[in-house]
Design a protein around this ligand. Structure first.
Ligand code: EPS
Length: 403
């Protein structure tokens, strides 16, 4: 069983993450983890912070000389912002006077840094978090609700993706299929692994050059109006063996696990497996008929189900998508009520990204990889990469013999 967890605040010293249950023998280096993290920092519509935030990862457990040991993976990603926030975010108490001193160059954000945040942003965790945790200041809520934490998901997801590739040849791709009103055609083919590698150079991670331009225009339009904008990302996993997940128990269903993992990404409000429910189709049209292919193999006429039936992978490409709402830190601040004095006012705004859909694709890919790695280990097991490979080979042979 694979377990993962993170801790750390957006403007704290660092994010820390633990990934427990990965086998020994996976080859990985800091540079590899760094490559995955770099993809998350890219993307048109990101705010000022991404220009200086380095996402410098350090492996501090579970890896020796470039190979996993089977012990829990421990990862640290430091925040470049920390020196400016050392006082207000200090884990130890600080004097009241220290909090009146503005660090840095005194821009609007720095002056506001030490003041209590009492005007909750509609759409963010501020309001419910302040009430649920008995806080007079939204700072502790937004520090942890911040999507900064997704850097660690991508960091841990790097290990899951390297494991899937090295153990089973499973590779994932992710791309953006809509931003605002600009959408990729529904029938656009899923990029191959090679094509997806090129997408990293596209500012909106979209496989269609014309639609990419429309997406950029949508982001520009939102930014010029002091607004934010959302969109849709797609994730596909190639070479997933049949039978990951299970129909026998609710919490073992692969689709439920993927849906939970994707829905847990900040700003995600919709998750779709394959083509979703397709309520406009009849049953005879909506399902993927089972046929004999040209070389006698068992295959399908289509993949509406997104490679998952009955809570299990069915041997087709696993294909899922999720929609991100526009970021809730809207520059043209929305109406709210100041919880310090109960008066109507404008919500907090310091700085924000205009659009985080492009990093969203990279984060979604990491989340799906973590779930698939867990499901693969559950099915074939093994404490070492070689054991997993052998167990998988034996399982694939049994499947081959049946079909
Ligand atoms: C975020 C707000 C912005 C983003 C941040 C997530 O940070 P700040 O408030 O410091 O400008 O840049 O995302 C990241 C730092 C990141 O690495 O993704 C938020 O409120 O969720």
């Amino acid at each position: 069983m694979l377990r993962w967890m993170s801790a750390g605040e957006s403007h704290g010293r660092a994010l820390v993450g633990i990934l427990d249950g990965l086998p020994a023998g996976i080859k990985i280096t800091t540079a590899t983890v760094q490559n995955y993290l770099a993809a998350r920092r890219a993307g048109y519509g990101r705010g000022a912070r991404q220009k200086f935030e380095q996402d410098k990862a350090q492996m501090v457990g579970g890896v020796i000389r470039g190979v996993t040991t089977g012990a829990p993976i421990a990862l640290i990603i430091e925040n470049s912002e920390w020196p400016k926030w050392e006082t207000v975010m200090s884990p130890d108490p600080v004097s009241a006077q220290a909090l009146t001193i503005d660090a840095g160059k005194g821009d609007e954000r720095e002056i506001a840094r030490n003041k209590p945040l009492t005007r909750p942003r509609p759409g963010h965790a501020d309001f419910a978090g302040m009430l649920a945790y008995d806080l007079n200041d939204a700072r502790p809520v937004l520090e942890r609700a911040s999507a900064r934490e997704t850097a660690m998901r991508v960091g841990l997801g790097a290990f899951a993706q390297e494991f899937l590739k090295q153990a089973a040849g499973i590779e994932l791709v992710s791309y953006v299929s809509s931003i605002g009103k600009a959408s990729l055609a529904a029938k656009h083919p899923i990029p191959t692994v090679e094509e997806a590698a090129l997408l990293a150079d596209n500012p909106v991670r979209c496989p269609d050059p014309q639609v990419s331009k429309e997406m950029i225009a949508q982001i520009d339009g939102a930014q010029q109006n002091g607004d934010t904008i959302g969109g849709t990302v797609e994730v596909a996993a190639y070479a997933v063996p049949v039978g990951l997940g299970s129909h026998v128990q609710a919490d073992r269903r692969l689709d439920a696990r993927i849906a939970g993992a994707l829905m847990s990404i900040p700003s995600v409000k919709t998750v779709k497996i394959g083509d979703g429910t397709q309520p406009y189709l009849l049953g005879s049209e909506a399902h993927d008929e089972i046929i004999r292919g040209q070389t006698g193999e068992i295959t399908r006429t289509s993949n509406h189900a997104g490679g998952i039936e009955g809570g299990m992978s069915n041997g087709q490409i696993v294909r899922v998508s999720c929609e991100f709402k526009p970021i809730s830190t809207v520059p043209r601040a929305l109406s709210t009520v100041d919880l310090a004095n109960g008066t109507p006012c404008q919500a907090i705004h310091q700085r924000s990204d205009t659009c985080a859909v492009v990093p969203g694709a990279v984060i979604a890919q990491a989340q799906v990889a973590l779930v698939l790695a867990d499901a693969l280990l559950e099915h074939v097991g093994g404490y070492s990469l070689e054991q997993v490979r052998e167990n998988l080979r034996a399982y694939r042979q049994r499947v081959e013999a049946r079909v």
